[in-house]
Design a protein around this ligand. Structure first.
Ligand code: HH2
Length: 285
């Protein structure tokens, strides 16, 4: 089955992101820039272009290795955003940032039109919670040179937390990611451009999320860099009893544990704290 994607482990110490290369010899931090009125933890804080750009620059200052710009919330129950509205939210932010920063900028979208516009404007990565399953999404990435993050989600944000069900969550998420990886390879996307993500909180109960985190090594063993997005998520609140605004410590703990289990990219809201914690991981490991 596996057309060569187990190959050389050293190959993946670098992620090919368009004109840029991301060194993955140590875990990297992806800073979240939500240009949305309704994101679960920071909705409405950075809806204006100016606020989003200055927040992004602040994250770069704090040491972000990648920026992830999103114009549609994927929190449970979030309403889909029309194409033009999403473009109007993210494109001015992206266009401003590509002129000012020299780290990879990722676009968090499942819409192929947004992917194409963002890539044309200089985005170096596509972060897709639907793993390029929308019609035209695979081609949008295949016709470019950018990196892609393939995430697992059961259902859609509108319904995903109603009745998440798996017979074996780790096995089912692994099978899905393996199939999407193969679809990318078949479409001509090079293995050095592909990141995998089990999709914490996307159609998963607390138990599913905990199991996926515990078994993160299974995903890392697939041979691709693994991205983990646990920052401020509800599973951390379920464990600690803390509201979304008081999940910094739990988020940093989750990032550290993920990195120690082999995750290469940590998608976080709190860049400075995560960077500091990861320095300790790198020093000890
Ligand atoms: N989580 C969110 C959004 N995008 N992408 C990947 N690859 N992995 C994730 O875990 C992930 C993601 C949700 O977090 P956030 O962007 O803060 O919230 P919202 O979707 O409400 O904007």
């Amino acid at each position: 089955m596996n057309k060569g994607w187990h190959a050389n482990p050293f190959l993946f110490m670098q992620l090919h992101c368009g004109k840029l290369t991301l060194d993955l010899t140590a875990p990297r931090v992806m800073g979240i820039v939500n240009v949305t009125p309704d994101s679960f933890s920071d909705g409405g804080r950075y809806v204006s272009t100016q606020k989003a750009v200055s927040h992004a620059l602040q994250l770069v200052e704090e040491g972000a290795d990648i920026l992830d710009i999103g114009g549609e919330s994927t929190r449970p129950g979030a309403a889909p955003v029309p194409l033009q509205e999403e473009l109007d939210r993210v494109m001015p932010v992206l266009e401003s940032l590509v002129k000012q920063v020299n780290i990879p900028i990722s676009i968090d979208t499942y819409k192929p039109q947004v992917m194409r516009a963002a890539i044309a404007a200089g985005a170096s990565m596509v972060n897709d919670v639907r793993a390029l399953q929308e019609e035209g999404a695979l081609a949008a990435v295949a016709n470019s040179d950018v990196a892609v993050c393939l995430m697992h989600m059961q259902g859609t944000p509108q319904t995903m937390q109603e009745h998440p069900h798996y017979d074996d969550v780790v096995h089912e998420v692994t099978s899905f990611l393996t199939a999407r990886l193969q679809a990318c390879l078949d479409a001509g996307i090079r293995v050095s451009r592909i990141v995998l993500d089990p999709g914490f909180g996307f159609g998963k109960t607390r138990e599913h999320n905990i199991l996926l985190a515990r078994e993160l090594g299974v995903f890392c063993a697939l041979g691709q860099p693994v991205l983990v997005g646990l920052s401020r998520k509800s599973v951390l609140g379920q464990v600690t009893g803390n509201d979304v605004d008081a999940r910094l410590h739990a988020s940093v703990a989750a990032a550290v544990i993920s990195a120690m289990k082999g995750a290469k990219i940590l998608r976080v809201h709190d860049v400075a704290a995560t960077k500091e914690a990861l320095k300790i991981v790198s020093a000890i490991e």
